[in-house]
Design a protein around this ligand. Structure first.
Ligand SMILES: NC(=O)C1=CN([C@@H]2O[C@H](COP(=O)(O)OP(=O)(O)OC[C@H]3O[C@@H](n4cnc5c(N)ncnc54)[C@H](O)[C@@H]3O)[C@@H](O)[C@H]2O)[C@@H](O)CC1
Ligand SMILES: [K+]
Length: 546
């Protein structure tokens, strides 16, 4: 499993590895630099060949005052060994470099010049027309607070990015690779002094993450500045490192929930031929009144397509005909008059997952239904997926919130999150040191339920602190997934997977992944109605392990 590590965790892991005598800091730095060079050449294979006019390839390496700078000197050395011409710059005082960085600095300095990153550096930069690569090794996980290199160094640095040197290429078009993180970006939040894309911001083409991804690589704010991300293992045992965070970004074979989902698909063929339909669970979705059933219908269709053995949509009697006409025959439809009727329905032990909220309504009847669903007497199933209107009801009803259980999954988008946890939402906007992971974790702990906070960087958190980031950015971006009803489909997928026996957290992680896979498989032009229909092909791929 690929873990996401915070800066603190990463440091602890490094320290423990070094103290145990398994490895030295210098060896780790060498592995990082070597991995970075391999990643650069894998990303841009043309750089293995001579330059366009038959000359050597050329790189400018910008090294900073800490160990990230040390990585930069290793990269400089290894590229030179491959015949590259290197201009190395140091921002900072060589005397104050930490020991491993100092060793690599000295090793380079013994054979080639290191220019200070000062006002004269820009003069040299004017001559950088033939540069193929800029290596950003100024700051890594040690960055904190606004990145403000004083004076000319800052001017040069910002000029590189502001003037599009690394983006659109005013002078020429070198690639820009950031070692570990785009310099100045905070590892745990992805925050930068200025947002990616704005003047002066860091916009790497490639970021090489050492040892493990950090939250910044996955959360939207950071990912936008990272470009493509390549992970370089440096031999640290990340699995044991962090009981909390999990990475679910990569395509298959993928860690955690998706791997377990794939195994489940492979094991029982998704719908075991010998199985009874109720072996695969029975999901119940509740819809609102007449003319308001579309959202719950989307959820019901998604629950069925994702593999729930049976799905029933329950609605007020007046909406029965509408829903019956509009739903596929495979979805059962029944009238549900009030909370008493729901209690009775839930007496059927086969109903093991319940989706409530899409197009539901927020009146007294709905609050009473939610209360019945959250019955404090319930010990086993059904587990609940609560979305949309259910979240609005919960936001203003503390007594109902108190009845939530860890297996229940709440799926707020940022607006709903602001309703259900206004203080956390405000902190998320105002406090650069408070990440979306922090917000989701705190909300989950407070609510005593699993929280899936939606976005291109969906964060899923359990009350015990376990969290996962599902990043749909970079090469997994599916902006067309921001379409009406897509959230209802997600809620239905989670409900269907819970009906199949996945716990709330795993169901939420797997559904977040499937949701994006379906959108990517379909492509632009997608509407929410298409999403459940895209599931069979995605599930088929899962069962083939591709
Ligand atoms: N032995 C190790 O610990 C290893 C470290 N590695 C590299 O080392 C990096 C971490 O090294 P460090 O902990 O030395 O940290 P960094 O090299 O990221 O930065 C630390 C330096 O930056 C300064 N700084 C921090 N925030 C600043 C800001 N906003 N503006 C200006 N200056 C700022 C600090 O005063 C300090 O001098 C990793 O990201 C990775 O690249 C890798 O080589 C693997 C092994
Ligand atoms: K960097």
């Amino acid at each position: 499993m690929t873990e996401v590590l915070t800066a603190d965790r990463m440091r602890t892991l490094e320290r423990e590895a070094i103290e145990s005598g398994r490895v030295t800091g210098l060896e780790l730095m060498e592995r990082a630099g070597k991995g970075a060079v391999e990643a650069i050449l894998a990303e841009w294979p043309e750089l293995e060949r001579p330059g366009p006019v038959g000359g050597d390839r050329r790189a400018v390496v910008l090294c900073g005052p800490g160990n990230n700078g040390g990585d930069g000197f290793v990269v400089a050395r290894l590229l030179r060994e491959r015949g590259w011409q290197i201009d190395a710059f140091l921002w900072g005082d060589p005397e104050r470099l930490p020991p491993d960085a100092r060793t690599n600095h000295d090793r380079w300095a013994a054979t080639a010049p290191i220019r200070p990153l000062d006002e004269d550096a820009w003069g040299a930069a004017e001559g950088w027309t033939g540069v193929d690569l800029i290596v950003d090794a100024l700051l890594g996980i040690g960055a904190s607070g606004p990145f403000a290199p004083p004076g000319p160094a800052g001017w040069l640095y910002h000029r590189l990015f502001e003037d599009g040197y690394c983006g659109t290429g005013v002078i020429s078009r070198p690639y820009c690779v950031s070692l570990d993180l785009p310099s100045g970006m905070e590892a745990d939040t992805g925050a930068t002094e200025v947002p990616p894309g704005a003047d002066g911001s860091v916009m790497a083409h490639l970021t090489v993450a050492f040892g493990a991804p950090k939250p910044a690589h996955l959360l939207a704010e950071g990912a936008a500045g990272c470009g493509r991300i390549r992970l370089v293992p440096i031999g640290l045992d990340a699995e044991a490192a962090d009981p909390g965070l999990r990475w679910v970004r990569a395509p298959l074979p993928d860690p955690g929930a998706v791997r377990r989902l794939a195994a489940k698909v492979a094991d029982d063929g998704w719908c075991a031929p010998a199985g009874h339909k109720y072996d695969h669970g029975h999901a119940l979705t509740l819809s609102g009144g007449m003319g308001r059933g579309g959202a719950a219908r989307l959820a019901a269709r998604a629950a069925l397509r994702v593999g729930a053995g049976a799905v029933t949509l329950a609605c007020p009697p007046s909406a029965l005909m509408e829903n019956a006409v509009r739903l596929p025959d495979a979805v059962m439809v029944r009238a549900l008059r009030d909370a008493g009727a729901l209690r009775e329905a839930l007496g059927d032990p086969r109903i093991n997952a319940l989706c409530l909220g899409p197009g539901f309504g927020t009146g007294e009847r709905e609050a009473a239904l939610l209360d019945a669903a959250l019955d404090p007497g319930r010990e086993g199933p059904p587990a609940l997926v609560l979305d949309a209107d259910a979240l609005t009801i919960l936001a203003s009803n503390e007594a109902l919130r108190a009845k939530l259980r860890p297996a229940d999954v709440l799926t707020p988008h940022p607006g709903e999150f602001a309703r259900i946890a206004p203080d956390l939402s405000q902190r998320l906007r105002e406090d650069a040191g408070f990440s979306k992971v922090d917000a989701a974790r705190e909300a989950a702990a407070r609510l005593g339920a699993t929280v899936l906070l939606k976005g291109p960087d969906t964060v899923i958190a359990r009350p015990d602190g376990r969290a996962a980031i599902h990043a749909a950015n970079g090469d997994r971006a599916a902006p067309w997934l921001a379409t009406a009803g897509a959230g209802d489909v997600l809620a239905g997928m989670i409900c269907g997977l819970m009906a199949r026996g996945l716990d709330g957290f795993d169901a939420a992680c797997a559904a977040a992944w499937l949701h994006v896979e379906c959108a990517l498989a379909f492509g632009p032009g997608l509407t929410a109605d298409d999403l459940p229909e895209a599931l069979p092909a995605v599930l088929a791929r899962l069962s083939q392990g591709t």
